[in-house]
Ligand binder design. Structure first.
Ligand SMILES: [Zn+2]
Length: 372
């Protein structure tokens, strides 16, 4: 039922279109044509106004039978190095030939969704109402999906985000994340002549960081300081240092505690050194958890069985479009579509897994959904 050669042709063609975050418009034109060929009504939203990119999310719709609308979601942008990707087939794999990622994250998701829906539409098979959301700027903070959700255009009851590796694995839980930027302000002075007049912002920040719990804090909580900038020259007591980091937890209470501890530790170090700490904390996305007895998983398990897949549920340590869709009231899981070693130049696509994902889309779309 899945036309594998057409699926791979689409993947290769899409991969040759540069689509780093905020520059997805050319890929969106390609995908919009494909969606329209399948009979969808396609609109592009105004996400560019909030992302600063060259285009918006694509939202495609097909009317169908019953009232249970299903949503299929994947993201159009690719992490760097993303330009000039040369895909190369090696047996059952597609790899990038050059110095770039492959962009199977998330070209595999986009193409699996197209192929699964194509198999339904070409044979005019009955299906429920469908929505397809292809997002921009997933890799730079889930910006596209946040915009789409804020527009209130989505009507789906259940969602499926294709943005993972092994198609048997179903991500039913994701952590919430807080992102923080902390600026420590000290006082500049000549380091050799008047060091006692200075307040060392780097040392203040170091004291705060040294007292922090970082890394894996427990089985569902992590914290990281990822970026630090500061100082100008060895003969100047540094008056400014900026620290960027994040904390994640599946438990919002624990996340609040970790974030508070981080803020307190910088406040205390600043106080002890007569420096000032300016602390900005932002909720990047909310946690989600779909219970095992949820009807979404019953539906999915049946469709997976027809595809020859045994459902394995798992929790993710990362954020994806699913976090935002769940927070917006659309129970959504994340599914695999054959991408591996993502965010590296060793990224590859496992073709049999891509085809399984397309089959799963087909089975989900053609399965009988109760009309409640
Ligand atoms: Zn992805």
């Amino acid at each position: 039922m899945i036309d594998q050669e057409r699926l791979l042709d689409d993947f290769i063609a899409l991969t040759r279109i540069d689509r780093p975050s905020r520059r997805e418009a050319a890929a969106a034109r390609f995908l919009r044509r494909r969606l329209q060929e399948l009979g969808a009504t396609v609109m592009e939203d105004g996400a560019a106004t909030s992302t600063g990119g060259d285009g918006g999310n694509l939202l495609a719709r097909w009317p169908g039978q019953g009232s249970t609308t299903l949503l299929f979601c994947a993201h159009m942008d690719v992490v760097t190095p993303a330009n000039g990707i040369e895909p190369r087939r090696e047996d059952d794999l597609i790899v990038s030939a050059g110095e770039t990622v492959l962009g199977a994250d998330d070209g595999a998701g986009l193409c699996a969704i197209l192929a699964g829906i194509r198999a339904v539409m070409e044979y005019d098979l009955p299906h429920p109402p469908l929505e397809v959301l292809f997002t921009v700027c997933e890799e730079v903070g889930l910006l596209g999906v946040k915009y789409a959700v804020a527009q209130g255009q989505l009507t789906a009851k259940y969602g499926f985000t294709f943005d993972g590796g092994n198609p048997q694995e179903v991500v039913i839980a994701g952590p919430a994340q807080d992102s923080f930027t902390i600026t420590v302000l000290g006082k500049a002075a000549h380091a050799g002549v008047h060091p006692e007049e200075g307040i060392n912002a780097i040392q203040t920040a170091a004291q705060a960081i040294a007292s922090l719990p970082l890394g894996r804090l427990d089985e569902e909580t992590t914290a990281n300081i990822g970026v630090i900038h500061g100082g100008q020259a060895t003969n100047i007591v540094p008056d400014l240092v900026t620290i960027e980091g994040e904390a994640r937890s599946h438990d919002p209470q624990k996340l609040a505690e970790v974030t508070q501890k981080i803020a307190q530790s910088f406040t205390a170090a600043a106080l002890a050194n007569q420096a000032v700490a300016k602390i900005q904390i932002e909720r990047a996305y909310e946690a989600f958890h779909i219970p095992l007895q949820h009807p979404l998983l019953t539906l999915l398990q049946a469709a997976m069985a027809k595809t020859g897949l045994e459902m394995q549920t798992t929790a993710s340590g990362g954020g994806s479009d699913s976090n935002v869709l769940n927070a917006a009231g659309i129970p959504t899981v994340t599914l695999g579509c054959g991408m591996h070693r993502v965010h590296t130049t060793d990224e590859y696509l496992a073709i049999p897994e891509l085809v399984q994902a397309a089959r799963l889309v087909y089975q989900l779309v053609t399965s009988q959904v109760d009309n409640g």
